[in-house]
Each structure stands twice: as C-alpha cells, then as structure tokens.
Design a protein around this ligand. Structure first.
Ligand SMILES: *[C@@H]1O[C@H](CO)[C@@H](O)[C@H](O)[C@H]1NC(C)=O
Ligand SMILES: *[C@@H]1O[C@H](CO)[C@@H](O)[C@H](O)[C@H]1NC(C)=O
Ligand SMILES: *[C@@H]1O[C@H](CO)[C@@H](O)[C@H](O)[C@H]1NC(C)=O
Ligand SMILES: *[C@@H]1O[C@H](CO)[C@@H](O)[C@H](O)[C@H]1NC(C)=O
Length: 260
C-alpha cells in the first residue's frame, strides 16, 4: 500500500490537499515500476502520459454560475486554464483552487478538506470543476459539493484518455449504494452527504471532508489500455471506500460505521 504526496497550489492561500492513497500498488510491483516521466506539473500544461507517469490536474470550487460565460442567447462553460492564463477578469478568479498529481491508471482517493474552502458560502452552493490542459483543454461539468444544508462526502470521477491525451473528465454516480441507510449519511442528488449542521465546523461531531475516487479509462501514449475504470465498473459500485480498509486510520472517522 503506497501513498504519494500531492502538490497543493495555494491561490487564495488555500491548502486543501491531502494524501493520495493508492490501491493498486501490488500490480505495479509485479510489472516493474517505471518512474514518473511526465514533466508537466501545472494543470494548464498540455501533455501526453503513459503508465507510470503522474498526471497533474486542478480542482476549482465556486458557484455554478462562475463556471459559465453568459451572453444574450449563448451560455458557454469556461475552461479555467484559458481564463486564468489570459489574465482576463473573470468570476473564476474568486474560486478556490487546489492541484493534485495522482499516478496514471492507479485508483486513487483524493481527500479534500472543506475547512478553508467554505463551499457553502457560494451563492446557490459550492460546485467543483476538475480540469487540465489549455490548447487541449478538458473540463468536467460543475458538480454540487456543499451548501448550508448538506456537505457531499464522496464523489467518483473517471479520467478518459486517448493515446495519452486527456479527453474527458466524467463524474460517475452509483446513487448512494455505499452509504444508503448508514447514519449519519443522507443521499443528496444521488451522492452520499452529511447534514451541514452535523459537521464539526457547525458544532457537530462529523468530519465532513470530501473524498473523490479517481479511476482511469482509455489508452496511454503507447496504446496501453487503462484498466482501473473497467475494474470498478464491473463491481457495480463506484464509491469504493469500503475497500480502503487498511486506510481506515488515515481516513476520517466518519467512515467507520461503513467499514464495520
Ligand atoms: C449551472 O449553470 C448552467 C448554465 O447557466 C445551467 O445550465 C445549469 O442548469 C446550472 N446547474 C445547476 C445545478 O444549477
Ligand atoms: C482540515 O483542516 C483544518 C484546518 O486546517 C484542520 O483543523 C482539520 O483537522 C482538517 N481535517 C482533516 C480531516 O484533516
Ligand atoms: C462563510 O460564511 C460564514 C457565515 O455565513 C462566515 O462566518 C465566514 O467567515 C465565511 N467564510 C468566508 C471565507 O467567506
Ligand atoms: C442545498 O442543496 C440541496 C440539494 O441540491 C437542496 O435540496 C437544498 O434546498 C439546498 N439548501 C439551501 C439552503 O439552498
């Protein structure tokens, strides 16, 4: 069981980040571990990857509206890299950014500490967008993460590549299979959530951190197929934190009732 540290980018002084837990380490050992040869360390760098590489992407939290530009009859989702790089004035600037660098094709669990993000402060609630690349930009749809009523605690995302180039970032939902009926979880828009009033920062006892499970699909630069999404999909349950049992102590206590 390996773990690697994440980069954390501090725009707005936000340090969220935590640790990536890697499930599939044993496989790498058998196959011979190749080093990380990807020299693109900014989420906005365009790159192609192969197995063994790290891959850097950004996660922004803001209001749903901040991710779109609206002109009279035309609504378009903004690509954060293009906006940020052009230094144009944009509502995206007021959003809160963090950067992760998991290993390609390794099932990873990102733990996002909401404490300094205040997602509930955004008008209409906080939404997360994951993105990478500029010329070849890939941007996920905005995903609701928290408002003053609820904090989402687990999400699942698939990164799909075509010959090593990131093509799409897709949120996957299994409709709360992992937390259905398990206190203190409630199902909000098909995702496991905790009532905000029960979170520590509101005086409750629950640690309402968000964990995002990443899996990989498509092919790398050498046409090797990424298997991790296929493996998860065939299990029929996308939210895999039940399987991270040896990480129990590293993860927040909120999941204990699910492990037992
Ligand atoms: C987010 O904003 C877009 C563009 O205005 C809109 O189409 C979409 O329905 C909004 N999503 C939510 C969940 O409000
Ligand atoms: C989240 O961050 C706050 C402040 O930085 C810290 O007190 C808290 O322990 C963190 N929670 C977890 C689960 O790491
Ligand atoms: C978020 O809102 C709460 C109360 O609504 C306030 O106390 C807190 O300072 C706000 N945080 C930020 C970062 O704006
Ligand atoms: C928070 O979001 C949930 C799910 O979208 C919604 O049902 C609820 O009304 C929202 N709460 C507030 C205060 O906007």
């Amino acid at each position: 069981m390996g773990s690697s540290s994440l980069l954390s980018a501090g725009r707005c002084g936000v340090v969220l980040l935590q640790v990536i837990f890697v499930l599939s380490c044993c496989c790498c050992c058998c196959m011979g571990v190749r080093g990380d040869k990807n020299v693109a360390f900014s989420p906005c760098d365009d790159t192609t990857v192969e197995k063994g590489d790290g891959f850097t992407f950004g996660l922004l939290i803001g209001s749903n509206a901040s991710f779109f530009s609206q002109s009279r009859n035309y609504v378009q989702q903004l690509s954060p890299c293009n906006v940020v790089n052009s230094h144009s004035s944009s509502s995206l600037y007021s959003n809160r950014l963090s950067v992760f660098r998991p290993k390609v094709d390794e099932i990873s669990l990102l733990v996002v500490n909401y404490t300094e993000l205040n997602p509930e402060n955004f008008s209409g609630g906080g939404f997360a967008v994951v993105y990478a690349g500029s010329k070849f930009a890939a941007v996920s749809s905005p995903k609701f993460v928290a408002n003053s009523s609820y904090h989402i605690t687990s999400l699942s995302m698939v990164l799909e590549f075509d010959t090593g180039r990131l093509k799409t970032l897709i949120w996957k939902s299994d409709g709360c299979q992992a937390c259905q009926g398990v206190s203190p979880f409630v199902c909000v828009n098909g995702e496991c959530a905790i009532r905000s009033q029960d979170c520590k920062r509101s005086g409750g006892v629950q640690d309402c951190s968000l964990s995002i499970q990443l899996t990989w699909a498509g092919t790398d630069r050498r046409y090797q197929v990424f298997n991790s999404w296929y493996q998860i999909n065939s299990l029929g349950q996308y939210s895999l934190y039940k399987l991270y049992t040896s990480l129990k102590d590293s993860l927040t206590k909120q999941y204990n009732s699910v492990f037992h």
